[in-house]
Design a protein around this ligand. Structure first.
Ligand code: G3P
Ligand code: MG
Length: 402
C-alpha cells in the first residue's frame, strides 16, 4: 500500500527505497487533531506514516500532550497507527524537561498534572531524585486547602517537615539582647528554616485536574521565603516579587485550547497558566509580571529540542537502512510541521524557520481535522499564526509536500 501511494504521490516511476537518495527533508507531526482525534486514528494517518517509513523519509512526533512515559505512549501509538516509532523520534511536551536535570536533579521539585503519582513517576524516571506533589503537601497539612473537594489520601510522606510559624518568645535574650516579639519570631525562623521542606522548582507536566489546590500551593510558594513551604517573604512587601529565591516555574505547554471529544475546543494547560497569571496579577496589584518559562509548541526551546532530535534520529535511522555516511551527512535542509493549531504548531514553526543551530527551513502545514475553525483562523498576511499551506487532512498535507 505504501509503495502504491508513493507511485501516486511521489512519481509514477518512484524508485525502490534502496535506490533512493537520502532525503534532505523530514516531517514533524502534531498528534491530537492531526494523527488522532478522540484517541482514534484520523483518516490516512497510518498510511502516511507507512509511506514515509517505506521511502526512508524521517519524521518525528511533536505533541503538546503528555502525562505518560514516552515509551508507553509510543507503544500505544504504534499499536493504533501500525507504525514502528521509538522514543528516538517522539517528543511530548515535557520531554525537554530533562534538559533541566543538571540544575535540579539533586534538589527538591514540585510537580503537578493530570495525576499526581504519575507525574512524580515520570519526573523520577527522567532522573529528578526528590519530587513532591501538591497532594503530598495537602496530606501533610490539610489546612493548606480549606475546602472539601480534595481527597484526603492522595500524597506520600514528604522528605522534610513543613514549616509552621514559631511560637513567639518575647523577652528571650539572644546574643546579649532582649528580643522584642518581632525579633524573636525572626530569630526562631532563621534558626529552624533549613530543617524544613524547600522547593527549588515547580513544574506543570500536563493539564492539571485539581486547579484550586494547585493554584493555592503554587501561589504560596511564589510568595515564600526562598521556597520554604509555609513561609512568606518580607521582600514581597518591598515590591520585590519573586526576588527572594522562590522556586522557578516551568510549564510544559501553553495550549489555551485543544481538540477533544466535544464539538467545541476545550481548555488545555494554557488556561491553567492564565488562571495563575490572573491571580498573580491581583495579588501583586498589577505591579509584577509572573516570571515563568514555558516549553512545548510554539516555544523556541521545544523546536530546538525537536530539531536536534530529528537530526540525530535521521542520521541513526538512515545509517541503519544502509545509507553511506557521506550521504547521511548531507544533512537536513527542510522540516514540514504538520499541525492543527495555529497558535502552537504553526506559530512555532513559522517563528523558528531558519533560526535554529542547523539553519533548517521550517514549512508550516495546517490541517482542518482538529481545532480548525474557518471563522477563527482567518489570519492576515504576516501573522505568525498563518500557515504556509492549509489542507483538509494529514494525507492531503503530505501529498502536497511530496
Ligand atoms: O493536551 C494535549 C494538547 O494540548 C495538544 O496535543 O498533539 O495537538 O499537540 P497536540
Ligand atoms: Mg493538535
Amino acid at each position: 500500500e505504501a509503495s502504491t501511494l508513493g507511485k501516486r504521490w511521489i512519481r509514477p516511476d518512484a524508485p525502490s527505497p534502496s535506490e533512493w537518495e537520502a532525503p534532505s527533508f523530514a516531517f514533524a507531526f502534531d498528534i491530537d487533531g492531526v494523527l488522532l482525534h478522540e484517541r482514534e486514528p484520523l483518516e490516512g494517518a497510518a498510511q502516511v506514516l507507512a509511506l514515509l517509513d517505506h521511502y526512508h523519509i524521517p519524521f518525528i512526533l511533536l505533541t503538546n500532550g503528555g502525562g505518560k512515559f514516552e515509551r508507553d505512549r509510543v507503544a500505544e501509538l504504534n499499536q493504533k497507527l501500525h507504525s514502528n516509532m521509538t522514543t528516538d523520534n517522539f517528543c511530548q511536551s515535557h520531554t525537554p524537561f530533562q534538559e533541566l536535570l543538571p540544575e535540579y536533579a539533586d534538589k527538591t521539585i514540585l510537580v503537578t498534572g493530570s495525576d499526581y503519582e504519575k507525574c512524580r513517576q515520570i519526573m523520577q524516571g527522567y532522573g529528578f531524585r526528590s519530587v513532591v506533589t501538591p497532594g503530598d503537601i495537602f496530606t501533610a497539612k490539610p489546612e493548606v486547602f480549606p475546602f472539601e473537594t480534595v481527597g484526603k489520601e492522595m500524597g506520600k510522606p514528604l522528605p522534610k517537615p513543613l514549616w509552621t510559624p514559631p511560637k513567639v518568645v518575647e523577652g528571650e535574650t539572644v546574643k546579649g539582647k532582649v528580643l522584642s516579639a518581632e525579633e524573636a519570631e525572626k530569630e526562631e525562623e532563621e534558626k529552624r528554616l533549613g530543617e524544613h521542606l524547600k522547593i527549588d522548582a515547580m513544574f506543570v507536566l500536563n493539564d492539571p485536574r485539581d486547579w484550586a489546590l494547585d493554584v493555592q500551593v503554587f501561589m504560596d510558594l511564589l510568595q515564600s521565603k526562598q521556597g520554604y513551604v509555609g513561609t512568606y517573604s518580607e521582600e514581597n512587601n518591598r515590591g520585590n516579587w519573586q526576588g527572594d529565591g522562590q522556586p522557578k516555574l516551568f510549564f510544559s505547554n501553553s495550549d489555551l485550547i485543544w481538540a477533544a471529544k466535544y464539538h467545541l475546543p476545550r481548555f488545555g494547560q494554557g488556561a491553567f497558566q492564565h488562571a495563575l497569571v490572573g491571580i498573580w496579577k491581583e495579588v501583586t496589584e498589577g505591579k509584577a509580571e509572573l516570571k515563568r518559562t514555558s516549553f512545548g509548541k510554539p516555544h523556541r526551546e521545544t523546536y530546538e529540542y525537536a530539531e536536534e532530535m530529528l537530526v540525530r534520529h535521521r542520521e541513526e535511522w538512515l545509517k541503519s537502512k544502509g545509507y553511506p555516511q557521506k550521504v547521511v551527512r548531507q544533512g537536513l535542509k527542510r522540516v514540514y510541521m504538520v499541525g492543527d493549531n495555529p497558535e502552537s504548531d504553526i506559530a512555532g514553526a513559522n517563528d523558528y524557520d531558519g533560526k535554529g543551530k542547523y539553519g533548517t527551513e521550517w514549512v508550516s502545514l495546517l490541517v482542518e481535522t482538529g481545532v480548525y475553525n474557518e471563522l477563527r483562523m482567518n489570519f492576515k498576511e504576516g501573522d505568525v499564526r498563518k500557515a504556509d499551506v492549509v489542507r483538509k487532512n494529514v494525507a492531503e498535507a503530505i501529498k502536497w509536500a511530496l
